[in-house]
Ligand binder design. Structure first.
Ligand SMILES: [Zn+2]
Length: 223
């Protein structure tokens, strides 16, 4: 029998995500960004002091503040719904009825089990049913959901759900191929392995559309 703490460790080490939404508390936004930065600054300082670092050293004295700002405003900035990109959509005036693929969108995220980077590429596709979305909006949606403590499976699903809502169609797909530094740089230290996740909605559940999408991802872009 394993105790509760061990079972939590095991969930983390095996990178199993526990739900489709990020586990946020109800009071997640009671504090302002500045209040969060002040609080996290103290916590980072305490970690470094506990490790025995001399924080009067010129190189490190700004570290607690830098890390706190980076957490709140950058790498976990996508937790705050105020930062959600406006999904401006348009009528599909040119009646393009085929699949649109935005591939090689760079993903910078953070593993919620180890707080180490997840770095990779997302490939997103949809088939318009009358509505289209600006191409860069797809990159922004990927970026927004990436900037959270994440598991890759959840990130993949969130991107698809967001685009399904914005476009009013189930016909959306996403594949992410990413390296997890918690696997590549520590633990098993396998620098070559990467993790692939996919979510296929609507027509992408059918073999033909899925194959077409996966073939487009393999295309090498020459210019
Ligand atoms: Zn991890």
């Amino acid at each position: 029998m394993i105790n509760r703490e061990e079972s939590h460790d095991e969930i983390g080490d095996n990178h199993i995500g526990s739900c489709a939404q990020n586990p946020l508390r109800k009071d997640a936004f009671d504090l302002s960004d500045d209040e969060k930065i002040e609080s996290i600054k103290k916590d980072v300082k305490n970690i470094l002091l506990t490790l025995g670092m001399d924080l009067t050293d010129d190189s490190m004295k700004g570290t607690p503040n830098r890390v706190a700002k980076m957490f709140v405003k950058e790498i976990f900035g996508g937790l705050n719904p105020d930062r959600k990109p406006k999904a401006s959509t348009f009528d599909n005036n040119y009646k393009y009825g085929e699949m649109l693929v935005e591939k090689n969108i760079i993903v910078y995220s953070t593993c919620e089990h180890h707080l180490l980077p997840i770095i990779g590429r997302a490939h997103v596709a949809y088939i318009s049913n009358g509505t289209v979305i600006g191409l860069s909006k797809m990159n922004r949606i990927v970026e927004y959901y990436s900037k959270r403590p994440q598991v890759q499976e959840r990130l993949t699903m969130q991107i698809v759900q967001e685009l399904q809502n914005a476009l009013g169609t189930q016909d959306v797909a996403c594949v992410i191929d990413a390296k997890h530094l918690c696997v590549n740089s520590r633990g098993i230290s396998d620098i070559e392995s990467s993790t692939v996740t996919s979510e296929f909605g609507g027509k992408f559940k059918e073999a033909q559309a899925r194959r077409e999408f996966l073939d487009y991802i393999k295309l090498e872009t020459k210019f």
